[in-house]
Design a protein around this ligand. Structure first.
Ligand SMILES: *[C@@H]1O[C@H](CO)[C@@H](O)[C@H](O)[C@H]1NC(C)=O
Ligand SMILES: *[C@@H]1O[C@H](CO)[C@@H](O)[C@H](O)[C@H]1NC(C)=O
Length: 469
């Protein structure tokens, strides 16, 4: 014989079930809303942020941005920035101010004066990267600044042809090189020498030839293919193409400072900055283990490929830097965020560059060039970054206004946002109430009679997360 179902029993069971379900959900949401940077990992990405003594990532409750010296690798003026400067906040584009720190008894005017009378001598020794007279395409921060970078994740390697192919197949994305119908290819790579006769070259870079129908799938023009280079960085992509790809994978292009902080891999102080990933040695023997550069041969016709590659190399073919990031120097230049459309920034140098800048660019950690945003060439690619989830605390405050109850959200910064509340929609389950309350059949759209709303601060703060991309 079947047991009769008591309708009330059913209701009770349903209630309990809901109560537990609701509680479970609440617990889960609670956990997720307190992101611990130590559990947030993205495959193929490296975390750049502060670590504590045990090597664990510092949480957002503490200051976990890193400060470092941003500037060129060639000039030595960063040594004038005292260690203590790393602990001061320096913001803004005024680099004079960054050296002129009141704590060191110098005003901005004094620093500028020293610069003018040559005490901060920028002309001796190797030229800073981006010495304008020599490389009109280059930039660089001289003197360097102390800057701050918030934590982020960066791709451990540049985006490959294979990665980019997925994007194109999923979105039918047409790159700018395809739209324009041509792209720049290094002259010595052209399969047919006769193409050089009628070649249009970039007046700023005469070894780059405008080749019709060259684009990422046909890196040297019709008849060539990326097929055997699936694991090489994608090339012939414009700044926009790069940004669109990153957006598609839920990331974004790195900021220039972020890029450099990742490239320097912790060697960001006044005393431990180095010219190159591997240190300061200017020797092909050492460089060839870390970076795909041109090497010792004469550019552009003689490439001895000491590092094993004449043009791009598969990503991760060389040793990574101290953070485990590959190909930051050499292989391809990488688009970064920012700049103006006519002056987008690329960092890192490429396979055509040299160690000392005797031809093309010096592939230092400070290597920097600017290109028109639509430029596409056979030696510029990119990688993406992602910003970790950040804890933002909001306190909900109810306030009694004449116009009705108000919901006020107070952020951690103390700023308040006000929302009109017409009625409380969600009594839901009172978590403090474990006992089933038979009389709990009030109309949930009406306030409870015992509810006091007069400037009542809701005791339990709620925490939301935001992924600030
Ligand atoms: C995420 O990465 C950090 C640092 O590499 C590691 O300590 C942590 O265990 C990782 N967390 C997970 C959930 O894999
Ligand atoms: C480089 O110097 C900075 C500032 O002195 C320091 O915080 C950092 O840990 C050093 N990096 C390494 C890898 O020693």
């Amino acid at each position: 014989m079947k047991r009769p179902h008591h309708p009330f029993l059913l209701l009770w069971t349903a209630y309990l079930f809901c109560a537990f379900a609701a509680k479970d959900e609440a617990a889960e949401v609670d956990e997720e809303s307190h992101p611990d940077p130590n559990v947030e990992n993205y495959s193929g990405m490296i975390y750049i942020g502060r670590l504590d003594d045990d090597g664990k990532r510092v949480g957002f409750d503490a200051d976990n941005g890193i400060k470092y010296i941003f500037g060129t690798g060639f000039d030595e003026t960063h040594r004038k920035i005292e260690e203590a400067d790393l602990h001061h906040e320096h913001y803004g584009p005024d680099s004079g101010h960054d050296v002129a720190d009141k704590a060191h008894g110098k005003t901005r005017e004094q620093v500028l004066h020293e610069k003018r009378i040559g005490q901060l001598d920028l002309s001796k020794g190797p030229k800073p990267f981006g010495w304008f007279e020599e490389h009109p395409l280059d930039g660089g921060a001289v003197p360097p600044k102390v800057v701050r970078v918030e934590p982020f994740f960066i791709d451990e390697a540049p985006v490959t042809n294979k990665d980019f192919g997925k994007f194109v197949r999923s979105t039918y994305y047409e790159t700018e090189a395809e739209k324009f119908g041509w792209s720049f290819v290094l002259s010595s790579f052209l399969p047919n020498a006769e193409q050089l006769q009628s070649a249009e070259v970039d007046p700023e870079a005469k070894d780059w030839v405008a080749v019709d129908k060259a684009y990422w799938r046909s890196p040297e023009g019709p008849g060539t293919s990326y097929k055997y280079r699936e694991n090489h960085p994608v090339i012939h992509v414009s700044h926009r193409d790069a940004a669109e790809y990153c957006k598609w994978v839920g990331k974004r292009l790195p900021g220039e400072r972020e890029w450099e902080a990742a490239a320097r891999a912790g060697h960001f102080g006044p005393n431990n900055r180095t010219l190159y990933v591997w240190g300061d040695e200017q020797a092909t023997e050492i460089a060839k283990e870390y970076a795909n550069l041109w090497g010792d041969g004469d550019f552009p016709w003689e490439n001895k490929a000491e590092d094993g590659w004449r043009a791009t190399s598969p990503v991760k073919s060389f040793k990574p830097n101290a953070f485990g990031i590959y190909d930051m120097t050499g292989n391809v230049w990488e688009w970064v965020r920012g700049g103006k459309h006519k002056n987008r920034i690329v960092r890192g140098g490429s396979y055509v560059d040299s160690l000392d800048g005797s031809f093309n660019h010096a592939a230092t950690l400070g290597a920097r060039a600017t290109l028109h945003g639509t430029t596409t060439t056979g030696n510029v690619g990119f990688r993406c970054v992602k910003v970790p989830k950040r804890k933002v605390e909001y306190h909900y405050v109810y306030e009694n206004e004449d116009s009705g109850p108000q919901l006020v959200i107070e952020g951690a910064d103390g700023k308040r946002k006000q929302f009109q509340q017409y009625a409380r929609q969600d009594y839901g389950v009172d978590e403090s109430d474990d006992e089933f309350d038979e009389d709990n059949d009030v109309d949930p759209t009406k306030p409870r009679p015992d509810e006091t709303r007069g400037r009542k601060k809701v005791v339990k703060p709620r925490t939301l997360t935001s992924d600030e991309l």
